[in-house]
Design a protein. Structure first.
Length: 145
């Protein structure tokens, strides 16, 4: 009541009430209540789903029956290039979870989670941030100083 009268500011900005926002809210509820995931997991999943919905449906109500595998792979290929391997891995995990949710809800007939590409993240494929002291000593011993 105080917020409505302008006496105090609301803690959070008002949430958009459209089909995409309702879909995201239902997905959040599913992850928290039915899957028992932590709120911090939602911080990684929800922005990915929101971005997918905006990219695919723009400002229209989502028609999940029209989704096909190429739509999913196109989204992943476009956005994975901009992310680190770890963040890209979180993105594809979020998408798989969302598509499983849609299938569970009956919004899609095809298992689109199976067509989400994997993101390679091989161990030891990047340069180390630092070398242990023993390794530095070995390198220096091999050099003609």
């Amino acid at each position: 009541m105080l917020c409505q009268k302008g006496v105090v500011k609301p803690d959070q900005p008002p949430v958009a009430d459209n089909a995409q926002a309702r879909t995201v809210a239902e997905f959040r509820r599913y992850l928290l209540q039915e899957r028992g995931l932590s709120p911090s997991t939602l911080l990684n999943y929800v922005p990915v789903v929101e971005q997918f919905l905006v990219d695919r449906f723009h400002d229209r109500a989502p028609n999940f029956a029209l989704l096909r595998a190429p739509h999913v792979t196109e989204f992943v290929l476009c956005h994975a290039r901009q992310l680190s391997p770890v963040r890209a891995g979180l993105m594809v995990t979020a998408l798989r979870s969302f598509f499983r949710y849609l299938r569970h809800r009956g919004a899609i007939a095809t298992d689109l989670a199976g067509c989400v590409p994997t993101v390679p993240n091989w161990s030891l494929s990047t340069l180390p941030r630092f070398l242990p002291a023993a390794a530095v000593e070995r390198v220096l011993e091999c050099c003609d100083q």
